[in-house]
Write a protein that binds this ligand. Sequence first.
Ligand code: C2O
Ligand code: CU
Ligand code: CU
Length: 418
Amino acid sequence: MVRQINNLPGRHPTLGYQVMTSTHLHGSGSFPQYDGYANDVTGPGQWKDYHYPNHQDARTLWYHDHGLHHTAENAYMGLAAMYIMTDELEQSLPIPHGDYDVPLIIQDAMFDERGNMIYDDHSHSGLYGDVILVNGRPWPVMKVERRKYRFRFLNASLSRGYAFRLSTGDPFWIIGTDGGLRQFPQRTTTFRQSMAERYEVVIDFATYRTGQRIVLENLGVQNAVDYDGTRNVMAFDVVGDATDLRGNAIPDLLNPKPPAMDLVETPNLRTRRFEFMRADGQWAINGKTWHDAADSGYEYVWADPGLNDTEIWEFVNTSRGWFHPVHVHLIDFKILDRNGKPPFDYELGPKDTVYVGENETVRVIARFGPHQGKYMIHCHNLVHEDHDMMAQFRVGRPGGGDDPVKAAPCRDLPSPEL
Ligand code: C2O
Ligand code: CU
Ligand code: CU
């Protein structure tokens, strides 16, 4: 249980909107009332207790604001962080743990000459900062020993996608994706990562000499606005031999049964199509926006899989000139294909967010459970999500499952002792 208390001022000091928040634990199969539904808001002077099951496979989750229409501003200005879940399997593997297991929360930002953050989303198209922050610091340098490290990459940017590589051009290993450890490690020299995706990456600094600097570079992706400063993300300075060599391996088998990866396409499975598009000057999904959900009293759903049904969802990007990271709440999915071709090797692990690039069609397969109720699906360019590329689906029969807003309402301060 986590108590979220909204101690923010009634109005945002520079942007002027009323600061209503809703906390989403991204990657968790939470009940609807604890999932950060956009309209389940906690206002200034209010609080709400969130219950999390923590029963999924070990994984890198993150939590961020999901309040209606101002998620982007709120997440950009700090309401976003990582949440790491472990389990016995993950702990028992000889992969890097402890000090050698390092979160990297990567964001871009823009500052004025006094150091205040600038929010400019270019008429709701996207925000592209010229400063790269890792764990809140601009272009940090990390001292590393000559051994393997595991980095949990989270792209917490609002609109910027990245294509990472090392300045040496050397390969590294992807051992995990959004939903935790992959079945086996995948070697690569580069990977692209859209907003909200997570990759667990092992880099072996034993191949470098003491005193060497290795830079984590960003090659950039289509339709991200690049600056000189966005080419580099951070650097690693090799300071000496390893002081501890436990957990310095990458086993061939990581997780025998990662979630969703056992799902297979069969001809009788239901397929649904979601078109990510521009409609009437708004970002829309199948021509509709969150306003259509609101107009229906939040009853309208874009899809209604039965509890524990397996379905194929097809995400089609017809908006030209934009990529959309598509995120489905509640479930993990497996990527089947992209434009009819196999997905990238590094994407072959349990996922909840997928990079749907320009003119791409991506098909994913998922089992819809374990909870019934209404959940969101949206573009994780949070500027698009707020205006209004967000939809909802319902698992199970109409009226089934807990109501996301009414089942656990927020309360006014003061909050009782925990
Ligand atoms: Cu990370 Cu609905 O979001
Ligand atoms: Cu989520
Ligand atoms: Cu988008």
